[in-house]
Design a protein around this ligand. Structure first.
Ligand SMILES: *[C@@H]1O[C@H](CO)[C@@H](O)[C@H](O)[C@H]1NC(C)=O
Ligand SMILES: *[C@@H]1O[C@H](CO)[C@@H](O)[C@H](O)[C@H]1NC(C)=O
Ligand SMILES: *[C@@H]1O[C@H](CO)[C@@H](O)[C@H](O)[C@H]1NC(C)=O
Ligand SMILES: *[C@@H]1O[C@H](CO)[C@@H](O)[C@H](O)[C@H]1NC(C)=O
Ligand SMILES: *[C@@H]1O[C@H](CO)[C@@H](O)[C@H](O)[C@H]1NC(C)=O
Ligand SMILES: *[C@@H]1O[C@H](CO)[C@@H](O)[C@H](O)[C@H]1NC(C)=O
Ligand SMILES: *[C@@H]1O[C@H](CO)[C@@H](O)[C@H](O)[C@H]1NC(C)=O
Ligand SMILES: *[C@@H]1O[C@H](CO)[C@@H](O)[C@H](O)[C@H]1NC(C)=O
Ligand SMILES: *[C@@H]1O[C@H](CO)[C@@H](O)[C@H](O)[C@H]1NC(C)=O
Ligand SMILES: *[C@@H]1O[C@H](CO)[C@@H](O)[C@H](O)[C@H]1NC(C)=O
Length: 488
């Protein structure tokens, strides 16, 4: 990836678009579309100023009278952070919070102490206002990590504070380097009922050191995530700001019933592989009302890598991504894959707002992946200055090792994309299926791509499906009306 200067100006203005903004934003969107429909007939479209300015007057989620349309309730028991019987503060464990030195041992001691209340009504660890430098520590079950207003947890700059752990079975090795991988800053394995929340406190991975190791090619082991939860159930992450993850920011893997909502996730726009949220071999995941700007996909759904993912056979399924907005100049709003060897199915993505990005919606696979991507529904998407609004790709020859199976052909079937408005893209959709495995039931409905430089074309290869109410005119592969019946 080419290093670019981070451009924070636009992003920070747009940051106000985070969750309080949704209702006014919708109204603006409606007027935006009304203006749009009047203007398109005559001249190149130029919309009203971004809704960011108006959005700041929105009320915080807590002040809403009615719950928002659609919500993650049902994915996490009770829908909101549970009351815990025992609540203690980092100060009770001798924590200082002055940022002067790592307090890793204090975090670890606190969790060890609170673990014993797991079966007795659960526990909560409060992190008070202040700066808390720490190495990696683990969470426990029936537990809440609560960051009070003004609390900042900073990742230690000593790589030894992020010890090496085993690779994931579905990857067979670290994603970037062979062998083990650095543990995440905040980690959990085999937990039930774990919550990370607070009054918009910050967890900052201080990832710069790690990005530099990546850029200067001296990284020895795969970088750690900011938060990784493995084999866990009933997980809630909400109402916080996560910054500067060394690698993918939030990585739930082999988990179920995961809610991630009301989050702000930020990294410099050139920070390598700083994906926002990557549900990986997880089921029942709900991601809602998040603002994300970073150097890689805002949200990427995955399920393991080639022969390791095939053997693990743990799909990602029943995933909802709703009201996510943000920007990533070299990557995508929402990505599915390319690691998809355990299968990805039943994904709903709606109310997505992406700007100044390389792609809006991206589906990626590769030969050797095996697995499948099926029953993906994407609707109500707004894109501004997104280079390629919709992109399917068949691979970049990216494999864990020589052991990948060239006969492991991935299948892509049932991708329904509707109600998309894109303004000022530079290319039409690029939809590349595989010759050995054409993508099937690719359905496009009510898609308007404005301001594309003529001659505008959809580029399609090795796929079939249908298109209805799509402009500019889609590729012939999607004009086959006889396949309409097999589309949702
Ligand atoms: C789209 O491009 C036109 C012409 O360059 C410009 O006037 C308009 O502001 C752009 N709109 C957006 C949303 O970028
Ligand atoms: C968590 O709490 C539930 C009841 O609320 C209890 O059944 C379970 O055993 C607890 N888990 C642990 C690991 O203590
Ligand atoms: C945290 O959990 C992982 C297992 O997932 C383990 O390897 C590591 O040693 C634990 N760290 C601490 C500080 O207990
Ligand atoms: C989220 O954080 C804000 C800012 O501190 C606070 O006002 C609000 O009550 C929190 N919301 C929830 C649901 O905890
Ligand atoms: C939380 O903090 C971020 C970063 O400072 C800010 O952009 C966001 O609007 C805040 N959210 C709330 C609910 O206060
Ligand atoms: C690579 O980056 C790391 C982290 O900033 C730094 O400590 C190291 O000296 C750099 N190595 C080279 C060869 O530039
Ligand atoms: C497709 O996914 C949707 C939403 O996840 C689900 O309701 C529906 O049952 C799925 N369809 C099939 C055929 O599995
Ligand atoms: C087409 O999509 C736009 C943008 O999401 C939406 O406003 C409009 O209502 C849709 N039209 C139909 C007929 O569904
Ligand atoms: C598909 O159906 C539409 C209207 O139902 C019709 O206008 C169009 O010509 C048909 N296309 C093909 C390739 O049959
Ligand atoms: C149209 O769809 C039918 C049924 O799915 C298929 O048999 C036929 O080959 C398709 N035609 C084209 C041109 O893709």
């Amino acid at each position: 990836m080419e290093p670019e200067k981070p451009t924070f100006g636009f992003g920070s203005a747009a940051a106000h678009l985070a969750r309080p903004a949704w209702t006014p934003f919708l109204l603006l969107l409606l007027s935006f579309l009304a203006v749009l429909s009047v203007q398109i007939a005559t001249k190149p479209f130029s919309p009203p100023p971004p809704p960011a300015a108006a959005a700041t007057v929105g009320s915080p989620p807590a002040a809403r009278v009615a719950p928002p349309p659609g919500s993650c309730a049902g994915f996490f028991p009770g829908g909101s952070p549970p009351e815990r019987k025992v609540v203690m503060s980092m100060r009770d464990f001798g924590g200082v919070g002055d940022g002067a030195r790592p307090e890793t041992e204090t975090f670890r001691r606190a969790v060890r102490h609170l673990r014993r209340f797991g079966g007795r009504g659960g526990s909560q660890l409060n992190v008070p206002r202040g700066t808390w430098v720490t190495g990696s520590f683990n969470l426990t079950s029936n537990f809440t990590l609560f960051l009070e207003e003004g609390a900042r947890i900073l990742g230690s700059q000593d790589p030894n504070d992020w010890p090496i752990i085993e690779p994931l079975p579905s990857y067979g090795r670290g994603r970037e380097r062979l062998g083990g991988r650095h543990i995440s800053l905040i980690h959990g394995n085999g937990l039930t009922d774990v919550v990370i929340t607070g009054n918009n406190g910050t967890i900052d991975g201080q990832g710069k050191m790690w990005w530099e190791l990546w850029w200067n090619r001296t990284l020895e082991h795969t970088r750690g995530h900011l938060v990784e939860l493995m084999n866990s159930h009933n997980v809630l992450i909400s109402n916080l700001t996560f910054r500067n993850s060394p690698f993918w920011t939030i990585h739930p893997v082999y988990c179920s019933n995961v809610v991630i909502k009301d989050m702000t996730i930020l990294a410099p726009l050139n920070a390598p592989n700083t994906d926002g949220i990557d549900p990986d071999s997880c089921s029942k995941v709900c991601i809602e009302d998040c603002y994300i700007e970073s150097g890689d996909d805002l949200v990427a759904v995955k399920s393991g890598w080639d022969q390791y993912g095939i053997a693990t056979a743990h799909p990602s399924s029943d995933i909802i991504v709703r009201r996510v907005s943000g920007t990533t100049p070299t990557c995508s709003g929402v990505g599915i894959g390319s690691e998809m060897s355990g299968g990805i199915l039943n994904v709903i993505i709606e109310d997505l707002h992406v700007w100044d990005s390389a792609a809006g919606i991206r589906i990626k696979t590769d030969i050797g992946r095996g697995g499948y991507i099926a029953n993906i529904s994407i609707s109500n998407v707004i894109m501004e200055r997104v280079k390629i609004p919709i992109r399917f790709s068949r691979g970049s020859n990216d494999h864990p090792d020589e052991g990948w199976d060239p006969k492991a052909i991935p299948r892509v079937k049932g991708v329904f994309i509707s109600n998309v408005v894109s303004v000022n893209s530079t290319k039409g959709p690029v939809l590349d299926g595989m010759k050995v495995s054409p993508f099937e039931q690719i359905c496009m409905k009510n898609i308007s791509l404005y301001g594309l430089p003529p001659p505008v074309k959809w580029h399609c290869e090795f796929l079939s499906g249908f298109a209805d109410d799509v402009s500019p005119v889609p590729c012939p592969e999607l004009r086959n009306n006889s396949s309409t019946l097999s589309c949702p």
